[in-house]
Structures are given as C-alpha cells and as structure tokens.
Design a protein around this ligand. Structure first.
Ligand code: TRH
Length: 355
C-alpha cells in the first residue's frame, strides 16, 4: 500500500473529545507512514494535549480551519469528523477533481446496534457543492462489524514499559504502600461527595485531573485535600501520552466522554464512565448499550447508573464492586477488543478497497 494524503477536518463543539480523537487519529495515521493535514477551528487544547505539536507526530501538519478553501487541493481521502460541515469551496474542489477523494464522515462512538447497521453505508450527493460525490459513514465501535477503536501499534509495548511509581512520583503523586490509586476525570458530578466518603474508608490516593474534577474535589475536601484515609492530588493538564500513563498507573479510573473512555478500556483497569450528557436523555440508551456489551453485573450497572444519574434526588451511591474481580473482567474485555482490527487499520483497508 502506498502513502495516501489525508485531510482531516475537526470542529471543536465543546470539551476536548473532538480534538482529542482527531489528534490521536492524525498521529496514528502519520505513525503508519500516511501524510495528514489536520484542519481544526480551535487548536488551543493541543497546547497541553500535544505540547510538541506537529513536531511530535510524524507526517502530520496542523492547519487552521480554512474559511477560504478554494485554493486547497484536496488529498486522497477527506475525513469529516463527527459531521462537522466541510467548507463549501473545498467540497466544490473535491467534486471537480479529476480523481475525486474518498469522502468519509467519521461518526461518534456508540455500542448501540445502529453502529453496525450504518457502518460503511454511503450517501450519494445529488445536489449542492458536492453533487456527484459519495459520502461514506464510518462508525467506530466495539464489534468486528464496526470500524473498531483507535489503538496505536505500539500501545501495549508502551504500557508494559511504564514505570508507574516513578511516573507518579515525577508528577507529585507518589503513592504510599497499600494505597488504592484512583484517577478522576469527570463533568459536574453530583455523586462526588458520596464517592469521596466511600474512598475515605480505605487508604486511597485520588488523582484529580485539571478542570472540573480538581475544582470539585478541592471544594469538597478543602485546602488539606484529605478526608479520613483519602488523600487527593490536583494534577495539571497532562499531555495525551501522560493521560494514558495516569490511567495505566491507577487501580481505578473515572473517565468521561469518548476518548478517555476508550483509553480506560485499553488500560485494562476497572473504570467508571460518565457519559457526555444530552438534553433528550438519549445518552442513557448509549450507556446501557455499552453495559450490555460489557456484560456488566448488577453491582456495576447500579454504580454506573448512579454516577450518571440526572434526577434531582440522587439515589445513594452503591458500594464499589470488588476491584480484583472487576479488573479481571476489564482485562478479558481489553483482550477481546485487541483481537479486533483497530480503527486506523480499518480506515486504511477501506481506503485501499474503495478508492
Ligand atoms: O472532553 P470530553 O468530555 O469530550 C466530549 C466527548 O468526546 C463527547 O462525546 C463529545 O460529544 C464532546 O466532547 C463534544 O471527553 P473525552 O472524549 O474523554 O476527551 C478528553 C480528551 O482530553 C482525551 O483525548 C484525553 C485528553 N486529556 C489529556 O490529554 N490530558 C488531561 O489531563 C485530561 C484530563 C484529558
């Protein structure tokens, strides 16, 4: 297979997931010898997520969102991430090219059945600037009939090479012997006071990520950042590789959104997901679809449901499931996912077959 030129378009709606996923995708394509132009309307989060910028990712060029895109020659494959609308002038160039690029819309991750049904469906463009083109829908997912998950080829080796205690110490978070290490990345979290009470019953080091998590933990624990046997550390914003290190160094990870949720699964450690909340409540179906695929037991379901509860009267937070048995389930899940083709391998194959 020869190197292709990819144009990846990303609009940041809110939070960090859109750019987080797109950066990982661009970097993974680049690491496999592809050439990528990443077009993004707000690259500010990359300052901490990828402090080396494009210099740290082979084959990737970072560009501001092109408002006047008429002069840009499209590459071989154009990815529109999460239905962000491409600049009209660029689509017109795509349609008039002698050899039009493959146009892919990369969708949000879901464990729901529709991901399998809609994966690799296409929509011919009858009218508008892209008339004559065909747009393909590419669904990430958890089963072989979806596009899979981003998983870099060196992920497992990097994981095995991590000296977790040294990494923690270097980040001002050295654990005491016997500490349970818990990382926290969340949105506003009404169940957090109850979680801190739980964690305070046993020696625990809580690593609160920058932003919502650190702010809420500090407000609840006060300046000592302690309660009972619980000690918390506020982390600075980490680079994406260091965010992975945090997940690998912890015994239990609280994650959110899309990208950190996937990375927690690769960590093979117990994790709790706070799903991105949507006003119409449809996110709860998405949550249950994942719990069903994960084959979660009643205890885990109850915990995750309360962690995602949106009712004004919060049900009591159930006890955390036993970490050892839970870890075993997470390792089995990770190994099963690892046996499936990853998202970039599938995109490369799709591009080779479809162009
Ligand atoms: O920030 P998020 O809540 O993003 C969300 C979801 O993607 C959601 O599906 C989408 O609709 C919404 O954005 C717009 O959570 P997520 O997806 O986990 O993205 C966070 C990214 O930030 C991820 O790439 C990990 C990274 N990160 C770091 O690199 N360093 C850090 O210190 C932290 C806390 C996160």
């Amino acid at each position: 297979m020869h190197t292709l030129h990819w144009d990846l378009f990303c609009r940041v709606v809110d939070n960090f997931g859109d750019i987080g996923v797109c950066w990982r995708l661009a970097a993974d394509l680049g690491a496999r010898g592809e050439r990528v132009r990443l077009w993004v309307d707000d690259a500010s989060a990359l300052r901490w997520m990828a402090p080396d910028g494009a210099a740290g990712a082979v084959g990737v060029e970072l560009h501001a969102w092109p408002d006047a895109a008429a002069d840009i020659e499209p590459g071989d494959v154009v990815i529109e991430a999460f239905g962000c609308e491409l600049p009209e002038a660029f689509v017109r160039r795509m349609a008039s090219a002698a050899d039009p690029p493959l146009w892919i819309n990369l969708e949000y991750l879901s464990a729901e059945d529709f991901a399998e049904r809609a994966h690799k469906l296409s929509s011919p463009q009858a009218t508008g600037p892209g008339a004559g083109l065909r747009k393909w829908f590419f669904y990430p997912g958890f089963t072989p009939r979806t596009g899979g998950l981003i998983r870099e080829r060196d992920l497992r080796a990097r994981q095995q090479a991590l000296d977790a205690p040294a990494w923690l110490a270097a980040h001002g978070a050295a654990a005491d012997p016997g500490d349970r290490i818990v990382s926290l990345f969340c949105y506003e979290q009404p169940a957090l006071p109850a979680l801190l009470d739980h964690l305070a019953q046993q020696p625990t080091l809580l690593l609160a990520t920058a932003g919502h998590a650190a702010r809420q933990v500090a407000a609840l624990l006060g300046p000592t950042l302690r309660r009972g046997a619980l000690r918390a550390v506020e982390l600075p914003a980490l680079s994406q590789p260091d965010f992975d290190h945090l997940l690998w160094a912890s015994d239990l990870n609280f994650v959110r959104g899309e990208d950190s949720f996937v990375r927690a699964q690769w960590a093979g450690k117990p994790f709790v997901w706070q799903i991105y909340p949507q006003h119409d409540g449809v996110h709860l179906d998405k949550l249950d679809a994942f719990l069903a695929r994960f084959n979660a037991g009643a205890e885990l379901r109850a915990f995750w449901h309360t962690w995602n509860a949106v009712t004004p009267h919060l049900p009591p937070l159930p006890p955390l499931p036993d970490l050892l048995a839970w870890r075993h389930e997470c390792e089995i899940w990770r190994d099963a996912l690892e046996a499936q083709a990853d998202l970039v391998s599938q995109l490369l194959r799709f591009a080779a077959e479809t162009r």
